[in-house]
Write a protein that binds this ligand. Structure first.
Ligand code: GRF
Length: 186
């Protein structure tokens, strides 16, 4: 059984989708939900689902090195085999990524390599794209650039706003991330 830690910064809807998927014959189980913000709404949702939670406030740590050392203390106690970044809004250092090389997954709301970084839906709309989507990829030292493990496409519809497109993509994310994690853990 693989041990999974999920790192979040906010709502945690992808985290909930991952937690709900890890039952029955699934080859992994959640051991920790770790937030970069003590006020992240996802923490309460994880606790309701019976999963251990911890928070390492990014704002409480001046340097990234100090923040990552605190993250590592939590992770070392939970001994995860796999880290899932799920709306985790902090860029991890090369040293941190190396510590879990090949074992960190991230979900990104675009069809990578298109639109790494922020504001993906606004950029897809501005470009007049006819489709959008999401990507689960392995995390490497370069932002949103690691090997792709899976993608889901959704149409861009006439009259879409950033919000309507984001909602359609998010629904696809909830489907894609559990599917990729199951395959990856197996
Ligand atoms: C998702 O769109 C994810 O792809 C992006 O941030 C959003 C997080 O949503 N990185 P949630 O916290 O999982 O609800």
């Amino acid at each position: 059984m693989k041990r999974v830690a999920i790192l979040i910064s906010g709502t945690g809807s992808n985290m909930v989708a991952l937690l709900r998927s890890m039952t029955g014959d699934h080859p992994a189980r959640p051991v920790l939900v770790l937030a970069s913000d003590r006020a992240a709404p996802g923490l309460a949702r994880a606790a309701e689902l019976g999963v251990a939670t911890a928070a390492v406030d990014r704002r409480g740590h001046g340097s990234r090195a100090g923040f990552e050392a605190a993250l590592l203390r939590e992770l070392e106690a939970a001994r995860p085999d796999i880290l899932c970044l799920a709306g985790f809004m902090c860029v991890l250092s090369e040293a941190f990524v190396a510590r879990f090389a090949g074992r960190i997954l991230n979900i990104h709301p675009s069809l990578l390599p298109k639109y790494p970084g922020l504001h993906t839906h606004a950029r897809a709309l501005a470009a007049g794209d006819s489709e959008a989507g999401c990507t689960v990829h392995l995390v490497t030292a370069e932002l949103d650039a690691g090997p792709v493990l899976g993608q889901r496409r959704v149409p861009v519809l006439a009259g879409d706003t950033e919000e309507t497109l984001a909602a359609r993509v998010l629904e696809a994310e909830h489907d894609l991330y559990p599917e990729v994690l199951r395959r990856f853990a197996a």
